[in-house]
Write a protein that binds this ligand. Structure first.
Ligand code: NDP
Length: 335
């Protein structure tokens, strides 16, 4: 999965190409170098920005001609790092390739201890998106029982968990998504109180008012653009907006303006952006909370698994057309 070249606009499958490369499996002792067999790759929206020419961003552009990298689950084949042994399962930053040679520290590899859950979950609920939902909801939204919560891109990797966390706390939760199938999923499987297809709504301000006649206490922002403007008009006094992502803007040459920011003042709204990477010190605490919930069946997690590395470009591109139903990942190898 090598990037052909940096680009602007919507991504295409042909922006990635596959090459055959031979790699050496030798690692120098005490070198932090680890050889991995890659099992599951995570498709994440932020990866799109790394395919553009970036300046002053929190991430760097991918290098054209080299495999792109992303979060993934892998098995250790050889290790020069004393923290990892042959046979260990890990997750962290790996290449879009069958085997990767990485520096364990730079790739921020986490050892996987609990294997009595699906291994693929370490790309989703037990990995970066799970932590994003946890930190974004509990740390940034300051939620309280009984509050009204709205989640956009609600059926995705992050959104489906935010909704479930909010329900567990006793909030009223509404989600939006782009197809009927996803709306049904939100209402019938993920426990949202209400859900709607934002693509079918003609007047978002009026429609949100129907779901939130007394206003929104918490907005978990995943999409940006027109949706944010409509939400601002529906926020309650002292509401909170956790700005997690703005996927509607990632492929635009010029991002859309937001018109209703004045509401921040009149309604004393706190709007706060966050990056999950600043919060990994909370990861052990999160696992301690979430793994028993998964095992007890109190939290469900919907995955969309593409099979085979050759299908990885299509899976990644699909995020920007809403083709994924739940967390999009790629199975490179089962073991
Ligand atoms: P999802 O699994 O939700 O996949 C992306 C979804 O976004 C698509 O399925 C589609 O669903 C929706 N979408 C795509 N294009 C648009 C558009 N133009 N307008 C509205 N919706 C669109 O992704 P994730 O859960 O992984 O990520 C959700 C958000 O969280 C993203 O913005 C991402 O960048 C952000 N994020 C931020 C992190 C942080 O640290 N701040 C960490 C991880 C993710 P639909 O059918 O509903 O349109």
């Amino acid at each position: 999965g090598a990037l052909v070249g940096l680009f602007s606009g919507y991504p295409k499958e042909s922006d990635l190409e596959f090459k055959n490369n031979n790699i050496k499996l030798n690692v120098p002792e005490g070198s932090n170098v680890v050889v991995l067999k890659n099992l599951y790759l995570s498709c994440d929206p932020y990866m799109r920005s790394r395919m553009s020419k970036l300046e002053g961003s929190y991430v760097q552009s991918f290098t054209p001609g080299s495999p792109i990298t992303g979060c993934g689950v892998a098995k250790v084949l050889k290790s020069g790092d004393s923290n990892f042994q042959e046979g260990d399962l890990v997750w962290g930053m790996i290449g879009w390739e069958e085997y990767s040679i990485v520096n364990a520290t730079q790739s921020a590899l986490f050892k996987i201890h609990d294997k009595n859950v699906p291994l693929s979950y370490y790309t989703g609920i037990l990995g970066m998106p799970g932590m994003t939902a946890y930190v974004g909801f509990y740390e940034i939204c300051s939620p309280k029982k009984g509050e009204t919560v709205y989640v956009s891109a609600a059926s995705g990797a992050v959104g489906q968990l935010v909704g479930q966390f909010a329900k567990t706390l006793g909030c009223y939760v509404v989600g939006s998504a782009g197809t009927k199938e996803k709306v049904d999923l939100l209402k019938n499987k993920l426990g949202f109180d209400e859900a709607f297809n934002y693509k079918e709504e003609k007047d978002l301000v009026a429609d949100l008012k129907r779901y939130f006649p007394n206003g929104i206490d918490i907005y978990f922002e995943n999409v940006g653009g027109k949706m944010l403007d409509a939400v601002l008009m529906n926020m309650k006094l002292h509401g909170r907006i956790a700005v997690c992502g703005m996927i509607s803007q990632y492929n635009l040459e010029k991002t859309e303006g937001v018109h209703n920011l004045f509401c921040l003042i009149t309604k004393r709204i706190r709007m706060e952006g966050f990056l999950v990477s600043d919060h990994y010190h909370l990861y052990p605490k999160y696992l301690e909370m979430i793994i028993p919930q998964i095992k007890a069946g109190n939290v469900v997690y919907v995955e969309d698994i593409a099979e085979g590395l050759e299908n990885a470009p299509k899976a990644l591109v699909g995020l920007f057309y809403g083709r994924n139903v739940g967390k999009q990942l790629v199975m490179v190898s089962r073991e």
